[in-house]
Write a protein that binds this ligand. Structure first.
Ligand SMILES: Nc1ncnc2c1ncn2[C@@H]1O[C@H](COP(=O)(O)OP(=O)(O)OP(=O)(O)O)[C@@H](O)[C@H]1O
Length: 562
């Protein structure tokens, strides 16, 4: 038992030892397991690190590859550049080759040029001496020019005096006579009835052969002859009428004027004779040009003219002349201010043709300034004028206003007087360094287209057309007032206290300062060439002769020194 017991205890001791060993073995296994886990973790970490390092290496390899490609590309570009540079170098080499040759040539040329410069330099020296000689001469010439300018201004004064003397010798009132040509419109059936009642023409339809028209023309023309082929101062008219005893009575009338213009005369020829007067108004004179004659005799054609260059009338030509002279006079030290107005006198009432609106309803009054000898019409447009073309457009404006009036009142243009006035004020301001004289001159140019001068028609006198009778009476009144004024001015030469009846008509009152002895007057008598108008023509010729026989005193220029 004891043995049993000791054996059990021994076994128990063994079991305890074994349990202890097992526990140790378990703890050892646990440690080993822990170490194993740690070793696995480490292996895992090592793997990860390795993978990262592999990736980094791969990226590095790729980067290197890229860099190699880029370097290769750079290399390729550089090679290309190098190739080009080589080509450039070879081109430059050949250029340098050429340049060296050119340089050599230029060096030779330079040598030649240097020699030429030497020669030219000596020429320049010669020229410099010539220039200094010429400068001296120029200074002397400039001095001479200054003296000549002064002389020119002095001769200008002499010229004005002489010009005026010539005008005086020609007479301060002059008369021209102009016969208009026969017009196609004259050869109408109506005229044929008027002029050739005795002729046996049966065809009154207006269609005729050129021969018949020519024959008719000759029949219609009045017997007018121009015998003075040299001076063109005479017109002779022959008329035949039946005496009380039934016998043919032939009469010849001789008239002499300052100038007679035949039907073929051109506007330019007429103006040539008038142009001197335009010069006078820039010299400070009052100039008045009248167109007188029966309706249709060519007054408006003479004064205003037609649209074509050759048919331009006296007003536009005179205006152009005034502007031209004013421009020329600038070179003689004169400066001009030019203004214009255009009036119409109808039934003793003034109408402003340059006014605003279609029909002038204003009441205009004529005011004279005795001190300055100037005339002003109240409330009329006085337009500053700068060029002849501006005047042309003003004339057409006036023309259109007249035609408006003409349609309102039948044929008004032939039943009213139109007065175009240019006022010219000049001051001598001198030239360049040469001071002016300060002399001032004020002139005016009046271009008057008078109303038709025909006598009162009996059919109107019957009271058939009272307005026409009044118009005609007014026209006759103003035309005879004009004749009376001219006659009185003629007599004034002998009696200085002679009364001049300017106030008898609006026309003479308006033109008072331009009609006085101080002014230059020209009357252009317009005549119709037709036999039918012979009696009117003779009346006009007698009136013009009366005017022509009048001697008006010396014209005075309106000038003063400021
Ligand atoms: N010298 C001329 N050469 C050519 N045609 C002319 C000439 N003179 C006048 N005429 C023409 O004769 C016609 C009548 O002339 P104009 O109208 O000038 O006459 P007028 O005397 O002014 O008449 P009114 O008193 O009616 O105004 C117009 O057709 C005009 O063109």
């Amino acid at each position: 038992m004891e043995a049993e017991r000791s054996k059990v205890s021994e076994l128990q001791a063994n079991q305890l030892a074994l349990s202890r060993e097992l526990a140790n073995a378990k703890s050892q296994e646990l440690n080993q397991r822990r170490e194993l886990v740690n070793a696995s973790d480490e292996i895992e970490n090592l793997k990860k690190r390795h993978a990262r390092e592999v990736m980094d290496l791969e990226m590095d390899v790729k980067k290197r590859d890229r860099e190699i490609r880029e370097v290769n590309e750079d290399l390729r570009v550089c090679r290309g550049d190098l190739e080009r540079e080589r080509e450039t170098v070879s081109t430059l080499k050949s250029t340098i080759q050429h340049q060296s040759t050119a340089h050599l040539t230029m060096t030779t040329q330079n040598g030649a040029l240097q020699a030429q410069i030497g020669a030219l330099q000596s020429q320049v020296d010669v020229y410099a001496r010539t220039v200094s000689d010429l400068t001296l001469k120029l200074e002397a010439a400039q001095k001479e020019v200054e003296e000549m300018k002064k002389d020119a201004m002095d001769s200008e004064i002499v010229r004005r005096k002489l010009h005026n003397m010539v005008q005086e010798l020609k007479g301060n009132i002059r008369v021209f006579c102009r016969v208009r040509p026969i017009l196609p419109s004259d050869i109408t059936p109506t005229d044929r009835l008027l002029t050739s009642s005795s002729s046996s023409h049966s065809d009154m339809s207006g269609s005729m052969s050129p021969e018949e028209a020519e024959r008719l023309k000759v029949e219609m023309l009045a017997n007018m002859v121009f015998p003075d082929r040299r001076d063109h101062k005479e017109i002779v008219i022959a008329s035949s009428s039946e005496s009380a005893t039934g016998q043919e009575r032939k009469e010849v009338y001789n008239f002499g004027f300052d100038r007679v213009f035949e039907p073929e005369s051109t506007q330019a020829e007429v103006f040539e004779e008038i142009s001197q007067l335009a010069q006078s108004c820039t010299d400070g004179y009052n100039v008045c040009i009248f167109a007188y004659g029966q309706t249709g005799s060519g007054k408006s054609f003479t004064m205003e003219g037609g649209a074509s260059e050759s048919s331009v009338g006296m007003i536009p030509r005179a205006v152009e002349q005034v502007f031209r002279v004013a421009e020329e006079m600038k070179t003689r030290g004169w400066e001009y201010k030019i203004e214009g107005q255009f009036l119409e006198i109808y039934n003793e009432t003034i109408n402003d043709l340059l006014g605003k609106g279609e029909f002038d309803k204003k009441k205009h009054e004529i005011k004279h300034d005795a001190k300055t000898g100037s005339t002003r019409v109240t409330d009329v447009n006085v337009v500053p004028l700068h060029s002849a073309s501006q005047v042309r457009s003003l004339l057409s404006l006036a023309q259109s206003r007249r035609s408006v009036a003409a349609t309102l009142m039948n044929e008004r243009s032939s039943r009213s007087h139109s007065v175009f006035t240019l006022r010219i004020t000049g001051v001598n301001v001198g030239l360049g360094g040469c001071g002016g004289t300060g002399e001032r001159c004020e002139g005016s140019l009046n271009l008057v287209d008078l109303a038709g001068s025909e006598r009162l028609n009996v059919s109107f006198a019957n009271g058939a057309d009272k307005e026409r009778v009044r118009e005609t009476q007014n026209i006759n009144k103003s035309l005879s007032a004009l004749g009376d004024v001219i006659a009185a001015l003629g007599e004034k030469g002998e009696k200085s206290d002679k009364h001049i009846p300017y106030r008898n008509s609006k026309l003479t009152y308006l033109l008072q300062n331009s009609l006085s002895g101080n002014s230059k007057t020209l009357m252009v008598l317009n005549l119709s060439p037709l036999a039918a108008h012979l009696n009117e023509s003779l009346t006009s010729l007698r009136f013009a002769t009366k005017v022509n026989n009048t001697t008006i005193g010396t014209a005075k220029k309106q000038s003063r020194t400021s």
